[in-house]
Design a protein around this ligand. Structure first.
Ligand code: SF4
Ligand code: SF4
Ligand code: FES
Length: 991
C-alpha cells in the first residue's frame, strides 16, 4: 500500500494565514486572523467563564457570561467577537464580575433547588451552580420565578426538566450541527420559551433518536441521563473510568464507561475524543451496554442430556412446524394452544425461553466439557478427515481471538473451513476490491468526506446502521459537500441529500452503468488517470456504451434527468468519494455492484487523494479486524491466499505444522455441506446462524443434522438449542483486545468487569481446546497473541499494544509514535500486482427470485438503529428494547391500504420458504411494491423468508431481494401473543 497523507488532520492549507496582535490583560498575543477573544485568552492561559459556549459547537453568543471589556461602548461577548489588531482586552474588572454575578443570579431564579437539581444530584457538574458558587450567589428569594415550564420523562433514558433550562441552545447545536438530527428547537415566547422536540412533542414521542448528544451538551440539569439497571449516576470522581471502544458497529466510536465498582455496574457512558468519532456516540454506544449484566448470562459449561437426543431445536418457536405438531399432539394440545404466558406458548420479549431449553442440558465442569469437545472433534476428524470439521468465528471478538480461532481450525484440524459473518455483509465488496484495487480495506475514512465536494452514499441506511459516520456525512453537506443518496428506501439520509435516486431494488449495475455511460459521453473522465493508473478501460467503456441513461432509467426507475444530473455532478467533482452499505453487497450481483463503484471512482480519478475513494461501511465492530486476522476460508491473515504455496509455507513455518492447500468452505457453503454429509462437526464462536443466515428452515435442518456442535456464547441463542456442548464466554466488556474499525483504525478495547460465574475469556477457551487436540499453545495474554500476528500481517506492521495510544492508529502506519496513520491509500499505485486498478465491466442481471402473481412484493431486510444483528445483546438492553420492542413490516401507505392494513395491525408475510406474522408499520419511506423487515426479531425471523441464492464470487446471500406476499392476519394484538406460532414454518418444504 502506498501512503499519501499521514495523520488525520485536513491537508495543510497553502494559503498564508494572517495573524493579528492584541493585548489581553496586558499580555501581548498574536493569533491567526478570525480567532475569537475567548480562544486567544484560552491559548494565553486566561480563563473567561462561559455558559452558552462550548468549543465543540459554533459560538452563538446568547448568554453574555463571557463578556470582556475591549474599551468599546458596551462589553463584548468574547466567545463570538474576533480579535482585532491592536485591541486591548480586559477580562476581569469589578464591573465585569458584577455583570456576570447578576446574570448568574437571574438565571438561578428558576432553577430547581440544588439539592433537587437533576445534574447536581447525579454527576454534580452543573455549570450554572458552579458559577453561582464562584460568584457567591445563593438561593434567590427576592425575585419571582416564572411559570413552571414542566418536566418530560417520556424518553426511557433521558430526563428533561424545562425549569432547569437556561436557553443556552447548546443542545440545539449538538442536535443540529454535530449529530445532524435537527430535532431540537425552541417554542413559545417570552417567559414561556422552552426547548422543543419537533413540534413541541414529548421527547419520547418525537423523532429524537436518543443519541444523548444533548445530554453531553447541557450545562444544567435540564437534560440528564436516567439511571439504567438501578446503577445510580454519580460524580465521575466516585466512579472508575474505563477508556474503551463501542461494542456494536464498525464505526468504532471511542467511549469511556464510568463504573460503579461497589455495585458492580456501569453508571453511564460518555463519548471519548478520538480522531474518527470525535467524542460522538449513538444510542447503542451511549445507552446499550447493560446487556452484559443480564441475569440470563451463561455462567457454567453445559452438556446436552442423553434424553435430548436425537438432536433438534428445543423451544417451541425454533422447532419447525412439523416438530411442533408432534410436540403438541404428544401433549394433547391443539393449534394455538400451549403453555406459557401467550396463548401460543410464546413469551413476551423475543428471547430464547430458558425454561424450555435449559432442562435439556446439565451443568458440567470446564474439564469435562473441554475434554468431551476435544475427544468428539478428534474422533470425527480421524474418521472423516479434515473436511468434516468447520468453525464459525465472530466479528464481535477481538483481532487476537479471531487470529487464534482461525489458527486452531487451520493448524489443529488441517482445514480452511473457517469463516464468519463477513460472508453475510461485505464479502462481495471485499471480493471486488481485491480484484480491482488489490486490498479489501477502505481506501479512505468516513471523516474524509469533509474533503470531498461530492459524496455518493449508496445501499446504506447510514443513519441507522452507522449513525456516527452519518453525522459526519450530514455535517459535510452543511459545509458544502454535495450528497448523492442512492437507495430503494427513502432512509433518513435522503432527507439530507442534494440528490436522492430511489432505484428499484436490484438494479444498481444498470444505474451505475448508465451514469458511467453519461460521464464518458460528456467527456468528464480523467484520461490521464485512466491511462496511467487503470487497466481494461476499453472493455468497460464498451460495456457501459450499451447502457444509455434512458435504458438505465427504464431498468432502475430513476428518472433520466436524475441520472444525467448525477453523472455531471460526479464527473465534474474535484474530489468524489463513495460510501456503500449492504444494499450494494447483499445481492447475487453484489460483486458486480461493487465493481461498478470501483469503476465509477477510477474513470474519474477519484481515488488516492483527500476526499476521494472507496469505503464499504463495515457492519460489526470488528468485522474488518476479523477478516484481516484470517477468519476467511480463502485467506490467511492479511488476505494472503490459502492456495498460494509460498504463503502456505510461511504459515507452516510460523505455526510449525502442515496446512491445507485448498480453500475452505464459506458460511453458506458449510450449511449445504452439512446437508450433503460433508461437514459433520462444528465449533461456533459467537455466531447465531439460526437467525442470521438466509432460509432458516434449511439452517434448522443442517444444525439438527450435525453430529457434534459446540456453541461458545454469552447467552443461550437459537443456535445453541442444537448444541451438544455450550461454553459460557465473555462479553466485550470482560476482556482486553484490539479491534479494527471500518476506517482501518486499530484500537484497544479494555476490560471493564470480570466474566460472570465460571464464564471465561474467549481466547483462553480456544487455547484450552487447542491444547487438548495436541497443539502446544502457551499464550498468556492478548498482547502476546498480537505480537505473534503482526509479523505475519504486513498491513499491521509497526503496531503494538504500547503505541496504539488512546485513539488507536490507522493502518498502514510507518511511525505510530509520530502519526495517527494513513487516511488515504493508493496515491501512487494500487495494491494489485501491476499497481493498476483493474476495471471489471458488469452486465445487469435481475435478482434471482422476482415478484410474481402469487408473491407480488419484494422483501428487503436490514437493521434498525436500536438493534444489532440477532438481537441477543440489544434485546437485553433496557434502553434499546424499550425504544424498539417489536418486529414490524414496513409498508408503503398505498400497499397497506390496498390490503386493508393499518399501522399496528397484524400481517402474515410469506415467501416460498416460510412465513411469519408481525405488526404493520406504515412508512412513507418505502416504495410501493416493496416491504422491509428488520432481521433482529426471533419471533418474526425475517430469514425464514429470505432466499439462499448466493453471489457466485463473494458467496454472499441475496438478503436484499426475494418475493413475498402479505395478507392481513385476523387475530388481533401483537405478534407475541396472537396465538399463532410465528417463529417458524415450512410451508413449501424448506430446502
Ligand atoms: S436544555 Fe440544556 S443545553 Fe438545551 S438550551 Fe436548555 S440549558 Fe441549554
Ligand atoms: S455509531 Fe456504531 S460504534 Fe458509534 S456509538 Fe453507534 S453503534 Fe457504537
Ligand atoms: S458564553 Fe459567550 S455569550 Fe454565552
Amino acid at each position: 500500500m502506498t501512503i499519501t497523507r499521514d495523520g488525520f488532520a485536513p491537508p495543510a492549507s497553502e494559503a498564508v494565514t494572517r495573524t493579528v496582535s492584541l493585548t489581553i490583560d496586558g499580555k501581548t498575543v498574536s493569533v491567526p486572523e478570525g480567532t475569537t477573544i475567548w480562544e486567544a485568552a484560552r491559548d494565553a492561559g486566561i480563563d473567561i467563564p462561559v455558559l452558552c459556549h462550548d468549543e465543540r459547537y459554533d459560538a452563538v453568543g446568547v448568554c453574555r457570561m463571557c463578556v470582556v471589556d475591549t474599551g468599546g461602548r458596551v462589553f463584548a461577548a468574547s466567545c463570538v467577537r474576533p480579535c482585532d489588531p491592536g485591541m486591548e482586552v480586559t477580562t476581569s474588572t469589578p464591573e465585569l464580575e458584577r455583570s456576570r454575578a447578576v446574570l448568574t443570579e437571574l438565571l438561578t431564579v428558576d432553577q430547581p433547588p440544588r439539592e433537587e437539581d437533576p445534574k447536581q444530584t447525579t454527576t454534580a457538574d452543573n455549570e450554572l451552580i458552579s458559577l453561582a458558587d464562584q460568584y457567591s450567589v445563593g438561593a434567590v428569594e427576592d425575585l419571582f420565578a416564572g411559570p413552571a415550564r414542566g418536566k418530560d420523562a417520556s424518553n426511557p433514558v433521558i430526563a428533561v426538566d424545562h425549569d432547569a433550562c437556561i436557553l443556552c441552545d447548546r443542545c440545539v447545536r449538538a442536535c443540529d450541527d454535530i449529530q445532524g438530527n435537527d430535532v431540537i428547537g425552541r417554542s413559545g415566547k417570552g417567559y414561556s420559551t422552552r426547548i422543543a422536540f419537533d413540534l413541541n412533542d414529548p421527547m419520547g414521542e418525537s423523532s429524537c433518536v436518543t443519541c444523548g448528544e444533548c445530554v453531553a451538551a447541557c450545562p444544567t440539569g435540564a437534560i440528564t441521563n436516567k439511571a439504567i439497571n438501578n446503577i445510580p449516576i454519580q460524580p465521575k470522581e466516585k466512579l472508575d473510568a474505563v477508556d474503551t471502544v463501542c461494542p456494536y458497529c464498525g464505526v468504532g466510536c471511542a467511549l469511556t464507561y464510568y463504573v460503579d465498582r461497589e455495585r458492580g455496574g456501569i453508571s453511564f457512558a460518555e463519548g471519548r475524543d478520538q480522531p474518527g468519532s470525535q467524542g460522538r456516540l449513538c444510542v447503542k454506544g451511549r445507552y446499550g451496554w447493560d446487556y452484559a449484566a443480564s441475569t440470563q448470562r451463561l455462567t457454567k459449561p453445559l452438556i446436552r442430556v442423553e434424553s435430548s437426543y436425537p438432536k433438534g431445536a428445543l423451544s417451541q418457536d425454533v422447532k419447525a412446524e412439523s416438530d411442533r405438531d408432534v410436540v403438541r399432539k404428544g401433549r394433547g394440545e391443539g393449534k394455538g394452544e400451549g403453555k406459557g404466558k401467550g396463548k401460543g406458548g410464546r413469551k413476551p420479549g423475543g428471547l430464547v425461553p430458558y425454561d424450555e431449553v435449559m432442562p435439556h442440558f446439565r451443568e458440567a465442569s470446564w474439564e469435562e466439557a473441554l475434554d468431551l469437545i476435544a475427544s468428539r472433534l478428534k474422533e470425527i476428524h480421524t474418521e472423516g478427515g479434515p473436511g468434516t470439521i468447520a468453525g464459525f468465528g465472530s466479528a464481535k471478538c477481538s483481532n487476537e481471538e479471531a487470529y487464534l480461532f482461525q489458527k486452531l481450525i487451520r493448524a489443529g484440524f488441517g482445514t480452511n473451513n473457517v469463516d464468519h459473518c463477513t460472508r453475510l455483509c461485505h464479502a462481495s465488496s471485499v471480493a471486488a476490491l481485491f480484484e480491482g484495487v488489490g486490498s479489501g480495506a477502505v481506501s479512505t475514512t468516513y471523516g474524509d468526506v469533509a474533503n470531498a465536494d461530492v459524496a455518493i452514499i449508496t445501499g446504506s441506511n447510514a443513519t441507522a446502521n452507522h449513525p456516527v459516520a452519518s453525522s459526519f456525512f450530514k455535517q459535510a453537506r452543511r459545509n458544502g459537500t454535495k450528497i448523492i443518496y442512492v437507495d430503494p428506501r427513502s432512509g433518513t439520509v435522503a432527507d439530507h441529500a442534494d440528490i436522492f435516486a430511489q432505484l428499484k431494488p436490484g438494479t444498481d449495475v444498470a444505474l451505475y452503468n448508465g451514469i458511467m455511460h453519461e460521464v464518458i459521453r460528456l467527456g468528464l473522465i480523467d484520461r490521464d488517470f485512466i491511462a496511467s493508473r487503470t487497466s481494461n478501460y476499453d472493455e468497460l467503456a464498451r460495456t457501459v456504451e450499451a447502457y444509455p441513461p434512458e435504458l438505465a432509467a427504464q431498468i432502475s426507475g430513476v428518472p433520466v434527468e436524475t441520472i444525467r444530473e448525477i453523472a455531471r455532478l460526479w464527473g465534474e467533482a474535484k474530489a468524489g468519494v463513495i460510501y456503500w452499505g449492504m444494499g450494494i453487497s447483499q445481492h447475487t450481483t453484489g460483486t458486480d455492484n461493487a465493481r461498478c463503484l470501483i469503476a465509477m471512482c477510477s474513470i474519474t480519478g477519484n481515488v488516492g487523494r483527500p476526499g476521494t475513494g472507496l469505503h464499504p461501511l463495515r457492519g460489526q465492530n470488528n468485522v474488518q479486524g476479523a477478516s484481516d486476522a484470517g477468519l476467511i476460508p480463502m485467506f490467511y491473515p492479511n488476505y494472503q491466499p490459502a492456495t498460494d504455496t509460498a504463503t502456505r509455507e510461511v504459515f507452516e513455518r510460523a505455526w510449525g505444522t502442515s496446512l491445507s492447500p485448498e480453500n475452505g468452505l464459506t458460511v453458506t457453503e458449510v450449511i449445504k455441506s452439512i446437508l450433503d454429509g460433508g461437514v459433520r462437526a462444528m465449533y461456533m464462536l459467537g455466531e447465531n446462524p439460526f437467525l442470521s443466515d438466509p432460509n432458516i428452515n434449511k439452517v434448522r435442518k443442517a444444525l439438527s443434522q450435525l453430529e457434534f456442535l459446540v456453541v461458545q456464547d454469552i447467552f443461550l441463542t437459537e443456535t445453541a438449542e442444537f448444541a451438544d456442548v455450550i461454553l459460557p464466554a465473555s462479553s466485550y466488556l470482560e476482556k482486553d483486545g484490539t479491534y479494527t474499525n471500518t476506517d482501518r483504525r486499530v484500537q484497544l478495547g479494555r476490560k471493564v468487569f470480570d466474566p460472570p460465574g465460571e464464564a471465561r475469556v474467549d481466547w483462553e477457551i480456544v487455547q484450552e481446546i487447542a491444547r487438548r487436540i495436541g497443539l502446544d499453545w502457551n499464550y498468556e495474554s492478548p498482547r502476546e497473541i498480537f505480537d505473534e500476528m503482526v509479523p505475519l500481517m504486513p498491513d499491521y506492521a509497526n503496531l503494538d499494544y504500547d503505541n496504539l495510544g488512546a485513539g488507536g492508529k490507522l493502518y498502514p502506519i510507518e511511525d505510530p509514535d509520530l502519526t495517527d496513520g494513513t487516511v488515504v491509500l493508493f496515491d501512487e499505485r494500487f495494491n494489485t500486482d501491476d499497481g493498476l486498478a483493474h476495471l471489471v465491466p458488469a452486465e445487469w442481471l435481475p435478482a434471482k427470485e422476482l415478484p410474481s402473481e402469487e408473491y407480488p412484493f419484494v422483501l428487503n431486510t436490514g437493521r434498525l438503529l436500536q438493534h444489532w444483528h440477532t438481537g441477543s445483546m440489544t434485546r437485553r438492553s433496557f434502553a434499546l428494547d424499550a425504544i424498539a420492542p417489536r418486529a414490524e413490516v414496513y409498508m408503503h401507505p398505498d400497499d397497506a391500504a390496498a390490503l386493508g392494513l393499518a399501522e399496528g395491525d397484524l400481517a402474515r408475510v410469506a415467501s416460498r420458504r416460510g412465513e411469519i406474522v408481525l405488526n404493520v408499520k406504515v412508512s412513507h419511506r418505502e416504495v410501493p411494491g416493496n416491504v422491509f423487515i428488520p432481521f433482529h426479531f426471533r419471533e418474526a425471523a425475517a430469514n425464514l423468508l429470505t432466499i439462499d441464492e448466493i453471489d457466485p464470487t463473494g458467496k454472499i446471500p441475496e438478503f436484499k431481494f426475494c418475493a413475498v406476499k402479505v395478507a392481513p392476519e385476523l387475530a388481533s394484538g401483537t405478534a407475541e401473543s396472537n396465538g399463532v406460532p410465528v417463529g417458524a414454518s415450512d410451508s413449501k418444504g424448506g430446502v
